[in-house]
Write a protein that binds this ligand. Sequence first.
Ligand code: F3S
Length: 255
Amino acid sequence: FCFGVQRAVNLAYEQKNKERVYTYGPIIHNAQVVEALEQKGIYKLDNVDNITDHSTLIIRSHGVAPGVYEQAHNHNVDVVDATCPYVRKIHKIVERHKNNGDTIVIVGNKNHPEVIGIRGWAKNECIVVDDAAELEKSMFTNNKDICIVCQTTYRKDKLNDIVQWIQNNYKNVTVYDTICSATAERQEEATEIAKQVDYMIVIGGKSSSNTQKLYEICSKHCHNTVCIETAEELELNNLKDSDRIGITAGASTPD
Ligand code: F3S
């Protein structure tokens, strides 16, 4: 686990003796950890409007939009905030620039919970972009200062392409490289390993964004790359002709 996920999982386990404890969405993108928490009576909830009053709600490391805190407050819910401090930092940057009247550009996947949360801090008036080609098709008109932030698990090379394109086409651009160092280091190490091996195994949740990005990166350098969530998914026969095998794991993969 990276620091932020470890912190969120620890905080969740600390609530296990309370009654009516929920996480807002799965605590992390790992089915095995979510199941283990359910066995302790901690269930995921997708909509805070349905929560029973006076329950406990754990906000996961991806963070949430300000409206979720308001909903929780309206239900007299005890909030345990496990938002990763690195994600919280992005919320603060976006909130400040929004209050200054700047145009906010979020680089990331618009459907990812972390990005949905960040959008909320921009009052949902922002541009979300996932690749440079997309931007070229839909150039936006703008006469304000631009603030660019990035999903913490985004690929550095893709961020650079997008920033370059925006800087070439607009003035007064402030860039915050908010890619988490845990993610960036993991991506660099995975690249180095994938270049040297015959077979590369990426371990992590099917819905874990950073795991899927590691898989994309490794596939570029090693054609025999697989992504597995559990040991049972590994096809051992495929490994027979491999002299060197590389292994990496996403930030939400349990030890
Ligand atoms: Fe936080 Fe980085 Fe993990 S942003 S949740 S420490 S990948």
